[in-house]
Design a protein around this ligand. Structure first.
Ligand SMILES: [Zn+2]
Length: 249
């Protein structure tokens, strides 16, 4: 008799709990998309999607699955304790399976969709704050004039790309930094195409007379396998002035 009373209490409480959980899950998604809508700058929106979208969707999925699971456990008001346990077990298993499926979708299929959206955002013409007109994206050859030496070195050595937008009327420029060449490699451990550079570190800076050394740290998105590899960095190019003085000492 007492057991039924507890079950009834749980049913009432559990139902509220499930509403709260599903509500939180929905709020996370709504918050994410509202923020995107109100972020006017394409580059900031780009970074926000890149950094948060998959994580937000996953967190929201967890809340919703958990909420649905709790809700399903509040539907029956009577029964033997053994069937109650069986039901809880089955629902937990179903929840786990659903969680694994959605997690894999987010990890392996969703990134293609995100990449497409990001590419569109990256090349959408920027508006000049001076004239309100569309700016022009400079080509790799044209942009060097606008990048300082450090930025050019970064482009050459690291997996970094700079985009330079110019307002041709006023000469106003907007420089945006992107992770470049972000093609994932094949993981030697699990064979998926999910090995990515997560960090780069200069061990030795190149000089005009000697090559430098760069360490790249890789991590597999799928199995977590990690490795690092050292790369040589080309000698610094001599500037024209030094060249001349070398030729005519
Ligand atoms: Zn792997």
């Amino acid at each position: 008799m007492d057991a039924y009373l507890y079950l009834e209490k749980w049913n009432t409480f559990g139902r509220y709990l499930s509403y709260v959980l599903v509500g939180l899950g929905l709020l996370i998604i709504i918050y994410h998309y509202l923020r995107l809508i109100f972020t006017r700058d394409f580059k900031i929106r780009y970074d926000y999607i890149n950094k948060n979208e998959i994580r937000s969707l996953w967190l929201s999925t967890l809340f919703i699955i958990f909420g649905i699971g709790v809700f399903m456990n509040t539907l029956v008001d009577e029964g033997e304790i053994i069937w109650l346990l069986v039901r809880v077990f089955v629902i937990v298993m179903l929840g786990l399976i659903l969680g694994v499926i959605i997690s894999n979708l987010l990890k392996f299929y969703y990134p293609f969709y995100i990449e497409k959206r990001l590419r569109r955002l990256r090349y959408k013409p920027r508006r000049s704050p001076k004239t309100g007109k569309a700016m022009k994206l400079l080509s790799e050859e044209e942009e060097d004039v606008y990048l300082d030496e450090g930025m050019q070195a970064e482009e050459n050595v690291f997996s970094v790309d700079y985009d330079v937008w110019i307002d041709e009327e006023t000469g106003y420029t907007k420089i945006e930094k992107y992770a470049g060449h972000l093609v994932a490699l094949q993981c030697p451990e699990c064979s998926y195409q999910t090995l990515k550079v997560i960090k780069e570190e200069i061990l030795e800076s190149p000089t005009e007379s000697e090559e430098g050394e760069l360490m790249k740290f890789y991590k597999c998105d799928y199995c977590g396998y990690k490795e690092r590899k050292a790369f040589r960095v080309a000698k610094l190019k001599m500037t024209v002035g030094i060249n001349k003085s070398n030729i005519n000492p």
